[in-house]
Design a protein around this ligand. Structure first.
Ligand SMILES: *Cc1c(COP(=O)(O)O)cnc(C)c1O
Length: 367
């Protein structure tokens, strides 16, 4: 079996480091927030080159608390992509604001800045570009638009730890950035976790307050907050992963290059494009094909894992019927959801395993 990703192999490669670190936390008696979480926040901010990082319970909460910190809620609109995981739009809805979608670029799956402008109204407060599959959105264009219209830019960097845009890290490119430590992410823990990165001290302080019941001083509460804290155990594990993640991302990029080189010429499949000036970290490796069912079936016969991210655009989800979108509103996002599929991609994929995947695709995609 060649799985889509192999978390067990990743864990085993750092098992002794993790068990040592866990012992330290387990013996400390401090299990939620505290010094280990602070250490992770400092290390994370330093690696990204931003002033502040605030650990929270998960990536979805990172988005929710960030929107709250910017006072975005009832009556506000936030522009984002319809081609993402539900959490991006869900966070917007959860704070009482309205998600407004803008179509993506067919070649990359990233939100198209040229589609954003037409969606801006007097109610628009923010843009949430998603660095989908580990490649950053066109942040220069998005930031310029945001400046012109006085909008906040919140990066959904959940899939993109380590990605670079014109040499700068994903997560340092907007007003604030949200990361998830869900185990499958490029930087993932062994449970739930998330973090917000920002250069804005005021926003960071607000999120620090929101994550602990709206309190800055224990048992004194300034606002209605959340219980959205990061565990020390996860922070200790993530501190170890932070030391390895650059190496893991380099391996992902190497695997992606081989896939691109070998599959580029095939007529029946298209790879997603890595944009110039971008350094993608391939959270997933995606292909497009009108014959994806046939290709996925052939891979399955050889015990090779595949999956579809994402089979249904957000504007067509049942939960968003009330927004009154219809099929045809975002042709590029829709075409992607109808043709895209992912093949095995993780830092521990062996050369032989990757060759089997390539050989199998070549065999079906040429006939
Ligand atoms: C994973 C993910 C999230 C949510 O993160 P959780 O930690 O699962 O809450 C949000 N946006 C995107 C694009 C993601 O991939």
């Amino acid at each position: 079996m060649i799985p889509l990703l192999d978390l067990k192999k990743q864990y085993l490669s750092i098992e002794s480091e993790i068990t040592d670190a866990l012992k330290h936390v387990l013996r400390s008696g401090q299990y939620i927030l505290g010094p280990t979480v602070s250490q992770l926040e400092n290390q994370f901010a330093a690696q990204l080159g931003v002033k502040e990082a605030v650990g929270v319970a998960n990536g979805t909460d990172a988005l929710i608390l960030t929107l709250k910190a910017y006072n975005i809620g009832e009556g506000d609109e936030v522009i984002t992509t319809p081609f993402t995981f539900i959490a991006t739009a869900e966070a917007i809805s959860r704070v009482g604001a309205k998600p407004v979608f803008a179509d993506v670029d067919l070649a990359t799956g990233l939100i198209d800045p040229d589609q954003i402008e037409a969606k801006i109204t007097t109610r628009t407060r923010a843009i949430i570009p998603v660095h989908i599959f580990g490649q950053t959105a066109d942040m220069d264009k998005i930031n310029t638009l945001a400046q012109q219209h006085q909008l906040v830019v919140i990066e959904d960097a959940c899939q993109a730890f380590g990605a670079k845009y014109k040499g700068k890290p994903a997560g340092s490119l907007g007003d604030a950035a949200c990361f998830s430590f869900f185990p499958t992410k490029n930087l993932g823990g062994l449970g739930d976790g998330g973090i917000v990165a920002t250069n804005d001290d005021t926003i960071a302080a607000k999120i620090r307050q929101l994550r602990v019941h709206g309190s800055s001083q224990k048992y004194f509460h300034d606002q209605i907050g959340y219980n959205s804290r990061l565990d020390a155990i996860q922070a200790a594990i993530l501190l170890i992963c932070l030391e390895h993640v650059d190496d893991w991302n380099t391996k992902r990029r190497k695997i992606a290059k081989k896939y691109n080189d070998e599959l580029e010429a095939l007529v029946k499949v298209t790879t997603l494009k890595e944009v110039r000036d971008n350094e993608a970290v391939y959270h997933l490796f995606c292909l497009k094909s009108v014959e994806r069912e046939k290709i996925m079936r052939a891979l399955k016969m050889k015990d090779i894992g595949t999956a579809i991210y994402y089979p249904c655009c957000l504007h067509l989800q049942k939960v968003y019927h009330s927004l009154n979108y219809k099929h045809g509103d975002f042709p590029n996002a829709e075409q992607l959801s109808e043709t895209i599929f992912s093949i095995p991609m993780h830092p521990f994929l062996t050369t032989e395993e990757q060759q089997s995947v390539i050989d199998c695709i070549k065999e079906v995609a040429r006939t």
